[in-house]
Design a protein around this ligand. Structure first.
Ligand code: PEP
Length: 255
C-alpha cells in the first residue's frame, strides 16, 4: 500500500507573526507547487492568521494548529475552537502532543473529545502518541501505545480514519537530540499499525499515515524515511530553520 509521506513542522511557542512571515516567504517559493509529500506548518495561534494569508489554498503547504478546544464556543478563557481554525483555512490540528499531555494534564479522554471535535469540523487530526524512557525500559512500550491509541481513537469510525494521521513520538527523543534508531522507529511503528488493524481493520491500518517525531534532522531524515512504516515526520527544533526543514522535506520526497 503506498501512502503519501507527510512532513509537519511543529513550531511550538516559537516564531512571532513577523518571524513566521520571514520563514514562509522563501519557503513557499521553494515549494510552490504540489509535491510528492504533504507539507504542513503548525505556527502558534498568534502567527496563524499571518501564515494563512501567505499559504494560499493552492499552495503546496497546509496550515495546522498545535492544539484546539473540544468545546464549540462559550466561556472557555484562552481556548480556540475548531470553527475559528476553519475560518482561517486550517487543515490539520496536532492533538495529544506529549507536552500537552505532561505539562497541561491532557489525558486520552480529553484528547478523544478533541479528535471528535476536529473530525466533526473537517479538520485532520495529527494524533501524537509515545512512551517515556522509563516505560520503554520497563517493558511497557506496547501497553502504553495500545492504551493511548484505544483511548484517543475511541468511537472514531473507519471512514473518519481516512483523515487521521498518527505521530509516533517517543518522549525521550523529543527535543533531546537523541533520535530513535531507524530500527527502533520502524519496529514500534509496525506495532502501532498492528494495533490500528485490531481496533479498526487491516485496510485501515495499511492506509493510515504514521509519522515519526523526535529529534529529526537533515542528517537522519533519509535513513528514517526509508523504513516501511515511517510515512513522514513531525519536526520540532529542526523545523525552525527554513533550510533544515526544506532538507527534511526533500528527504521525505525522496523516501
Ligand atoms: C515535537 O515536539 O513534536 C518534536 C518532535 O520535537 P523535536 O523535533 O525538537 O524533537
Amino acid at each position: 500500500m503506498s501512502r503519501k509521506n507527510i512532513i509537519a513542522a511543529n513550531w511550538k511557542m516559537n516564531m512571532t507573526p513577523s518571524e513566521a512571515a520571514a520563514f514562509l516567504d522563501p519557503f513557499l517559493n521553494t515549494f510552490s507547487e504540489a509535491t510528492a509529500v504533504d507539507i504542513v506548518i503548525a505556527p502558534s495561534f498568534i502567527a496563524m492568521p499571518k501564515a494563512s494569508e501567505l499559504i494560499t489554498p493552492n499552495s503546496a503547504v497546509a496550515l495546522s494548529a498545535q492544539n484546539m478546544s473540544h468545546e464549540a464556543s462559550g466561556a472557555f478563557t484562552g481556548e480556540t475552537s475548531a470553527a475559528m481554525l476553519k475560518e482561517i483555512n486550517t487543515e490539520y490540528v496536532i492533538l495529544g502532543h506529549s507536552e500537552r499531555r505532561s505539562l497541561y494534564g491532557e489525558d486520552d479522554a480529553v484528547i478523544n473529545k478533541k479528535v471528535h471535535a476536529a473530525l466533526s469540523a473537517d479538520l485532520k487530526p495529527i494524533l501524537c502518541i509515545g512512551e517515556s524512557l522509563e516505560e520503554r525500559e520497563g517493558g511497557q512500550l506496547e501497553s502504553v501505545l495500545t492504551t493511548q491509541l484505544e483511548g484517543s481513537l475511541a468511537d472514531v469510525t473507519i471512514e473518519q480514519m481516512g483523515d487521521v494521521v498518527i505521530a509516533y513520538e517517543p518522549v525521550w527523543a523529543i527535543g533531546t537530540g537523541v533520535t530513535a534508531t531507524p530500527e527502533q522507529a520502524q519496529d514500534t511503528q509496525a506495532f502501532v499499525r498492528s494495533v490500528l488493524a485490531k481496533i479498526f481493520r487491516e485496510e485501515v491500518a495499511a492506509a493510515t499515515r504514521i509519522q515519526y517525531g523526535g529529534s529529526v534532522k537533515p542528517g537522519n531524515a533519509a535513513d528514517l524515511i526509508g523504513r516501511e512504516d515511517i510515512d513522514g515526520f513531525l519536526v520540532g527544533g529542526a523545523s525552525l530553520d527554513p533550510q533544515s526543514f526544506a532538507e527534511i522535506v526533500s528527504a521525505g520526497i525522496g523516501g
